[in-house]
Structure formats: C-alpha cells, structure tokens
Design a protein around this ligand. Structure first.
Ligand code: PLP
Length: 451
C-alpha cells in the first residue's frame, strides 16, 4: 500500500472518511471535524501525524497497561508467528502457549478459579459466560434457571449477548437489545444517586436490589449475576465498601452464580491482580481481556471455578471461536504477565503510581468545576458539577460539559475520556510521578478552559 504515515494528515483523513467506519462514532460528524491520526507511541505518549505528543491517560481503551513500544512483546510475537502462527484448540489438539497461559491464569486467579476458556475479546468472553452459566444449570437438570441479572449503566461489550448483559440504554436502543432473560438493577453510584444516604447504607441498599430481583423472578429461575468490580465505561463508579460482600452473600444464599467482569479491573488496574481481590469477593467466573495482553494482541478469557468447570467439562459445550487461545496472542499475553512480575508492577502501582495519582487528583479538588474525585488503584474519575455541596448536575443535557472538557484535554495534548459529566482516567500502569505531573498540569488547563 502507498498509504503511510508520510502522507499529509489531510489526505489520510480524507481516505479514512471515505472508507473507514468507526465504532461508537457519528462518522459524518467526525469527517466534518477531522479525525486525529495516531502514527506511533512510546511509553505513555502517542504521536500523531502532525507531530503532537499526546499523553494517553486512558491507556488506549483501558488496556495498554505496560505502556507502548515494549520491544519484548514484538519479539515474542514474531518468534511465535514463525514457530506456530495458528492452530485451533477445538478438535483434540492444543499448543504450548495455550497450555502455559491457562496454567498461569489459574495460578494468578483467586480461590478455585482453575480453568480457562479462551476468547478473542471481552465481548466474546462475556457471550461465553452467558451460555456457560445457562448450560451449567441445564446440565444439572434446571434449564429454567436461566435468567441473568446485571446493572444499569454496566458495560460488558457490544455483541448481542454482551451488549444485552450491559445496561446502557443507548446501546439497547439499536438492534434489538436486550435479548430476553436479562434484567438490570440499580448501580452503586452514590455520587449521582445516593441522595441523603451514607455511602455504606446506599451500598447495602443497592446490593439488596439484587435480592429483590431474585425473589421477584424466583431463585429457581436465576442463573447468575454479573458486575464489574468497578464500572469502567460507566464512569469509574467505585462501589461503597458494603456493596460487593453483600452481593456475594445474596448470590450464595440463593444459589446464583457470581460473574466478575474483570476486563478493565484485571491485571493490576485496582492495585491487586483482580478487582475481586480489592473488594474481597471470590466469584465463580471472571471475564478477562484488555490488560491480559496490555492490548498488544486481541485476547480474552473466562476463568472458571472447579464447581462450574466440573459440569461444563462433562458435556460438550458447543461454543468457541476460531481464535480461542490463538497461539500468538497467548504468547504475547504470557510475555505481558512475565514483564509485570519482573517489574513488580503491583508494587509500582501501590507504592509509586497510585499515591502520585491520588496527590494529583486531590490537588484538582479545589477547582470550581470539580465535585469529587474517585480512585481505585490506577482507575479514577473526576465528577464535574456546577455545585459541589449539593452534588448537582448541569442544566445542559448530560455530558455537554464533560464533552467540552474532553475537547479541551485533546487541545492540550491529553487523552482523558468523558462519560457524561465525569472525566475518566486509566493511564498505563507504568506511568511515573513525573508523567503524572504532566497529566495534572494539562488536566487543570483543560478544566480552566471548560469553566
Ligand atoms: N467488559 C468490560 C468491563 C469492558 O470495559 C469491556 C470493554 O470496554 C468489555 C467487557 C468488552 O471488551 P471488548 O471490547 O474487548 O469486546
């Protein structure tokens, strides 16, 4: 192809507009505005085709945990491509990267989550989970135990199954979602919805909505509950400390499987290997993707406990993807985890990066637009508000001010996303205190420009 980084940006933009349909985008608006073309990246910085150096405080889409441009990752991928670029794991065959990654994930996962079913992405892994929990109960002679409960404003992917599990109404409005048998209860978002309650009471109240829903449907009809330990795409909603233990208690009481969607929270993001550990629960199934390979290769997985695997392994689970356990992606994921161990990434997060991020966020709290800042490990959010004390929302349609702030971030060479009027932050885990200072300076400029 003659299309390269060396073409003028305007030409690349025109070609992109002519042929490339972007996800979650009004493409016509993007064409009018001009898409930003990212040429290369190193560490926490992206470089666009105009030469701007942009600090990526989102790690791509919450995934490039190791930062960009790690040569070992490319070397491992090249080696695996030359040795065995592909083989399937369907029909009585396996391969070494698949075996090794399954073993590594079983070792890392809490409790007796010892079994791994691979997918190509988080959406695919959640589709796997939906079919797996229904198959589990059907195999036990309870096919009617098939309903799944999730939360409003959850994000679990955008395929038919995972998008239905998610609780975003603007996604449900397109293409016939949610599919039947999926129900959504309230989210543990104290800032926006907690009213006069204490955080702890609100956490318990929201968890008890699960019990009410189970009783309404009949426990004999409910297969599973799914939730992100910290909702990411929903705006980095950190649940009150009372929430998850109560959810786990209710699931166990009513024999409902508990699925933790760790696609963002997994692999260090909340300061532990998994968000479940941060919130002190042991789920039956965990969904992982993103940070599993630091986004260097597309791979996801369901990590399954002994109880569920025993039933699923005794039947033919007619499910899987051509790229389930893709050897190159598995090798890249293994290298990612090796580097995380070698560089003591959890220590870096807990002792260096998270305290520095907390300082930066605390310093921003004096800004008139900033209501609260919230953080779990290296995922954080800044709630924008016209009135701190009352936690008021802006009069303009939800998200206008956040959108404006996001635009000002971009103008200041900072990628910070907005979810409504919440700014969300999820930098590469390797980020240094000096880089966090750059983040804070650019974020303040963007807030000033928005105000
Ligand atoms: N689950 C969660 C919690 C996510 O944040 C995402 C993506 O953002 C997904 C699932 C879907 O993953 P993917 O985009 O790899 O399909």
């Amino acid at each position: 192809s003659t299309i390269s980084n060396h073409l003028p940006t305007a030409e690349l933009q025109a070609l992109d507009a002519a042929h490339h349909m972007h996800p979650f985008t009004t493409n016509d608006d993007l064409t009018a505005k001009g898409v930003r073309v990212i040429a290369r990246a190193k560490g926490v910085y992206l470089t666009d085709t105009d030469g701007n150096e942009i600090l990526d405080a989102m790690a791509g889409l919450w995934c490039v945990n190791l930062g960009y441009g790690r040569p070992e990752m490319g070397q491992v991928a090249a080696r695996q491509m030359n040795e065995l670029p592909y083989y399937n794991t369907f029909f009585q065959t396996t391969h070494v990267p698949g075996i090794a990654l399954a073993k590594e994930l079983a070792d890392l996962a809490p409790g007796d989550l010892n079994h791994v079913f691979f997918a190509g992405s988080g959406s695919e892994a959640n589709d796997t989970n939906l079919r797996m929990v229904r198959t589990y109960w059907a195999e036990l002679g309870k096919p009617e135990k098939s309903h799944v409960i999730s939360r409003k404003n959850a994000y679990h992917g955008s395929s038919m199954g995972s998008g239905s599990l998610g609780g975003m109404t603007y996604i449900h409005e397109q293409g016939g979602m949610p599919i039947p048998g999926i129900h959504h209860i309230g989210q543990p978002d104290w800032w926006s919805e907690g009213g006069d309650m204490t955080r702890e009471d609100f956490g318990l109240a929201r968890a008890r909505e699960l019990e009410e829903k189970i009783l309404e449907l009949g426990a004999e009809n409910v297969a599973a509950f799914i939730g992100e330990p910290v909702q990411g795409a929903g705006g980095v909603i950190i649940p009150p400390s009372t929430y998850w233990p109560e959810i786990q208690r209710i699931c166990r009481k009513h024999d409902v499987l508990l699925i933790a969607d760790e696609v963002i929270c997994g692999f260090g993001r909340t300061g532990n290997w998994f968000g479940a550990q941060t919130f002190d629960i042991i789920p039956d199934i965990m969904t992982v993707a993103k940070g599993l390979s630091s986004g260097y290769a597309p791979i996801g997985a369901s990590i399954v406990n002994d109880k569920v695997a025993k039933v699923i392994n005794a039947c033919e689970f007619s499910h899987g993807y051509t790229y389930s356990g893709h050897p190159v992606c598995a090798a890249v994921a293994l290298e990612n985890l090796r580097i995380m161990h070698e560089e003591n990434m959890l220590d870096h997060i807990r002792n260096v990066a998270a305290p520095a991020l907390q300082n930066a966020l605390s310093a921003l709290e004096d800004h008139p637009l900033v209501g609260e800042t919230a953080r779990s490990g290296m995922m954080a959010s800044i709630a924008l508000t016209p009135h701190k004390e009352s936690r008021a929302a802006f009069a303009s349609p939800k998200g206008d001010v956040g959108y404006m702030c996001r635009e000002h971030c971009f103008a200041n060479n900072l990628v910070m996303r907005h979810v409504g009027d919440r700014m969300v932050i999820s930098p590469p885990l390797v980020i240094t205190p000096e880089e966090i200072e750059v983040f804070a300076t650019r974020a303040r400029k963007a807030l000033d420009a928005t105000y």
